[in-house]
Write a protein that binds this ligand. Structure first.
Ligand SMILES: [Zn+2]
Length: 120
């Protein structure tokens, strides 16, 4: 297990701050990138044949370092998922469809699709 630890520091959604939709988009994009990094890291996992000319302990060391990197990425994904959940919990729900996000106008709590009469 890694010694890296991320503490929970969720944003507070407010009228003058970044909109809930933008916060959700930012965090979803970040999660996508981190999951891409996890895939790339898995593909780059140490292969024993690349350490066969080195001392026996070298491959085990490379495997331990790889596991640490994977652990850091896993912790990052969990931290960002937790933040995204906190954002979604604070975002107002559209009374038309229940989708959480930024209302389409200040005079209505409806999302853009419901305000325009479109089915979500
Ligand atoms: Zn809606």
């Amino acid at each position: 297990m890694s010694s890296v630890h991320f503490s929970f520091a969720p944003v507070q959604i407010c009228l003058n701050g970044t909109s809930p939709d933008e916060l959700v988009e930012q965090h979803e994009k970040l999660l996508g990138a981190l999951r891409g990094a996890q895939e790339a890291l898995t593909a780059a996992a140490p292969n024993g044949r690349d350490w066969q000319l080195k001392p026996a302990e070298s491959f085990a060391h490379a495997q331990r370092e790889h596991a640490k990197r994977a652990d850091v990425l896993r912790l990052l994904v969990l931290a960002v998922e937790r933040e995204l959940e906190a954002i979604l919990d604070q975002a107002p729900a559209c009374p038309g469809c229940g989708r959480r996000g930024t209302p389409a106008s200040r005079s209505s709590n409806l999302c853009g699709r419901c305000l325009l009469g479109r089915k979500p």
